[in-house]
Ligand binder design. Sequence first.
Ligand code: GTP
Length: 355
Amino acid sequence: MTNKSSSELVIRRLYQITQSHHQGFEQQLSELLKMGLERFELDIGILSNIEGDNYLVEHCVTPDDVSLKSGDCFDFGESYCNITCKAQGPISIEHMGKDDKYASHPAYKAFGLESYIGIPLRLNGQLYGTLNFSSPKPYTRHFKEVDIDALQLMASWIEVELIRREQEQQLKALNEELRQLADFDSLTEIPNRRGMRKTLQKDINRLSRVKGQGTLALIDIDNFKQLNDAYGHQTGDQALTEVAKVINSGLRDYDLVARFGGEEFLLWLPDTQESGCQKVSRRIMNDIGQIKLTNNPITVSIGSCSFDFKAMLHHSSRSLNIDKIIDDAISIADNALYDAKAQGRNRLITTEHQF
Ligand SMILES: Nc1nc2c(ncn2[C@@H]2O[C@H](COP(=O)(O)OP(=O)(O)OP(=O)(O)O)[C@@H](O)[C@H]2O)c(=O)[nH]1
């Protein structure tokens, strides 16, 4: 085959492989390594990742009798890629054992590969690893410029694809961080109003369908302004964090505590009625009393609304206004909280309601 037609073949195959996104990156890599092996008439194709002294086989295609697999790790100093990386560019060797420069290299002693063609991969200027093809047999022909061109073309695609995947992961992490910021309170690290509403919508929708029950309570730190004024905002913030931690610590997995506003927390106890709320509230009030932040113990007032859907007629999900139910329950709990404050603070006032 002429150089021209073999280059055209490589370009066409590479195009096909790189366009077949539906196969997934791993499969595309396998195809690419197989294409390289056919193109160069070699036996072992590897995409490696180099970190410090470690040479990690990230992906490989080998004959059945070679027991190399993804995840295998070697000493970078004893790898052929060490030679490639030092060369800072593509290298091709037809017969290692016959070349004085390489015959004494630890890689040759360790692996005994005779023929090798490889290229360093760089992501954003940083060395990532190598793409290489090799064989335990000496090469029967000479590597030509067109072979290096083909290798460079393959390496370029891998580099672009690795960068794209890295950026995709960064974007995913960033999105997760944004979601965290949008739904969580940065000081106490518990859900904020927005995050809370999402959970309430889901849970209350479920409860309304099964004629279930739940309790929603508002917990407000007493005389918080005094604490802020006497000990400073930082101590105030610390108190908020501690209180959030204490409320959270004894809850079941599916309960929720959210920061409702300033020094106010919302507690959501699905499948729980008034007596359950009393128990949880006693525990919370007792534990909050144990927080040792200043000389004055921290106390809270709690107003709760325990509700059920037992009297509710059959409804379609569209006809039910879940947001209104949430707002009504919060409003009832808020009135109870107001009464608790009015009656001298450091107490729980419970109410019951049927939707
Ligand atoms: N340190 C700190 N203080 C906050 C934060 N959010 C709200 N506050 C303060 O919380 C205080 C709430 O004061 P009030 O609404 O009068 O309530 P209170 O002093 O707890 O009085 P009662 O609720 O009636 O017992 C205000 O001084 C707010 O500035 C916050 O994130 N950090």
